[in-house]
Ligand binder design. Structure first.
Ligand SMILES: [Zn+2]
Length: 445
């Protein structure tokens, strides 16, 4: 079958018809700056450039969803938080909007047509829709209310409020919800679809009980509103989410975008009959630091785990890609999904799935159709082994708080920039996800 456009593919899959391949969304954030050769900061303050970069990245790689996104902070910034945008790195939170809980009642919901960079993001959305809206879904990132609330008062203060002054925490979340509802409305008025990303609602950061009390109500209201306007919506939450999968389903979201800390096989069993799943190739250890071969192997693991999930699977990165993710790794993700095809060819998958498990210690061969004859050079094998060791030690040493756990004690929250890019899997993921940017929203549904 000839390659379909993302919209054609989505329509066919939704109708249960044949398609060329599974949908695939490497969650491209500021990597788009690298595609058109501009600085990351320029994307944040130039709507035309942001639209051009995202459209160019989509055209370069051929994935299934464009997301207008620069960082997690536009909503909080529009309500008074201070954001610092380095010249060529993703922006970060410099100062919350208020310094003490007593100031909560001075906050006002933002006007998306006027405040901060929200008007720029809406303009970028309209520009991208004008150019490619008939062939690919174009979404706009919508940071979840609880995450916005944490940027308004600071993560540590919000944690304290949740414990000691729940009514104040709820007031703050309601204010954040009002801003996010207005932004959702503006996104849909522009012809786009909101894509929910809620980094601070991770089970790595808060308890399921806190999620139920403070995150769920706002998310449910947002999803209901978006559904009321005839749109489907994806919910991305970083880090560990298994304890809150049923609650994520209870938000009403149509698709759950899961980080690499989650097991897609377990998610398929637990909630795959209720929602579409999206995930979860490691954005740092595989997409940033791996090779095209390790990416291919990781994609096959993802498809082996959940390619038959009852409501469908979108092959994706677990979170936003680090800015410096090599282009060839993004291409490899799409290539792997094309090779697997649709319906998924179990036989090919098993062979290559076994391969994926062997990479660190053996010298496997690829024998699915179209595989390169001698896929692993000595150098690539050595690199793959090194990666496996590095990832292992990262997991061990950061326990119990993998990638996204740094949200609450992130240097950026305290107003200090992070230095370096992707110096380790941990840093890269933390850098690109909750603190900074990339955390995703991706609604490819
Ligand atoms: Zn994330």
């Amino acid at each position: 079958m000839a390659e379909l456009t993302p919209n054609e593919r989505a329509r066919r899959l939704a109708a249960g018809a044949d398609a060329d391949r599974l949908p695939c969304v490497p969650i491209v954030g500021n990597t788009a700056a690298r595609v058109i050769g501009c600085r990351v900061r320029e994307l944040r303050y130039d709507a035309a450039l942001l639209a051009n970069a995202q459209v160019a990245a989509y055209r370069a790689f051929g994935y299934d969803n464009i997301r207008i996104f620069t960082d997690l902070y536009p909503s909080a910034e529009a309500m008074g938080a201070k954001v610092y945008a380095p010249d060529d790195e993703t922006a970060y939170l410099a100062l919350p909007a208020i310094q003490e809980p007593g100031q909560i009642d001075t906050l006002r919901p933002a006007d998306p047509q006027r405040d901060g960079i929200l008007p720029l993001q809406l303009e970028a959305l309209r520009r991208a829709l004008d150019v490619v809206g008939d062939e690919v879904p174009v979404t706009a990132a919508l940071t979840g209310p609880f995450t916005v609330a944490s940027f308004l008062v600071g993560a540590e203060t919000l944690t304290r409020l949740v414990l000691r002054s729940p009514s104040a925490a709820a007031r703050l979340c309601d204010l954040a919800l009002e801003t996010t509802l207005r932004l959702a409305e503006a996104i849909m008025d522009s012809g786009g679809t909101p894509s929910l990303t809620d980094a601070m609602s991770s089970a790595t950061v808060i308890s399921p009980r806190t999620f139920e009390q403070f995150s769920l109500p706002g998310l449910r209201t947002l999803v209901e509103y978006i559904h009321g306007r005839g749109k489907k919506v994806t919910l991305h939450i970083c880090g560990k989410t298994q304890p809150i999968w049923p609650l994520m389903v209870a938000t009403g979201a149509d698709c759950l975008s899961l980080d690499n800390d989650a097991s897609l096989a377990a998610a398929k069993t637990a909630v795959g009959d209720q929602v579409k799943l999206m995930g979860n190739v490691h954005p740092a250890a595989v997409m940033l630091q791996g090779t095209p071969l390790t990416v291919r192997a990781a994609v096959r693991e993802v498809v082996a785990a959940a390619g038959d999930s009852p409501k469908g699977l979108i092959v994706a990165s677990g979170c936003s890609l680090p800015t410096e993710t090599p282009f060839e790794n993004i291409r490899a993700m799409l290539d792997a999904v094309r090779e697997i095809g649709f319906p998924v060819n179990r036989e090919n998958l098993q062979e290559t799935h076994a391969l994926a498990r062997k990479i660190p210690n053996s010298e496997p061969t690829l024998n699915y159709p179209g595989a390169p004859r001698h896929p692993f050079t000595e150098g690539e094998l050595a690199h793959a082994r090194k990666l496996a060791v590095r990832e292992e030690s990262t997991r061990t040493h950061t326990n119990p708080s993998p990638t996204c756990s740094r949200v609450s004690d992130s240097p950026s929250v305290k107003g200090r920039p992070r230095s370096g890019r992707g110096s380790s899997a941990f840093d890269a993921a933390a850098h690109e996800t909750p603190n900074h940017p990339g955390a995703a929203g991706e609604g490819a549904v």
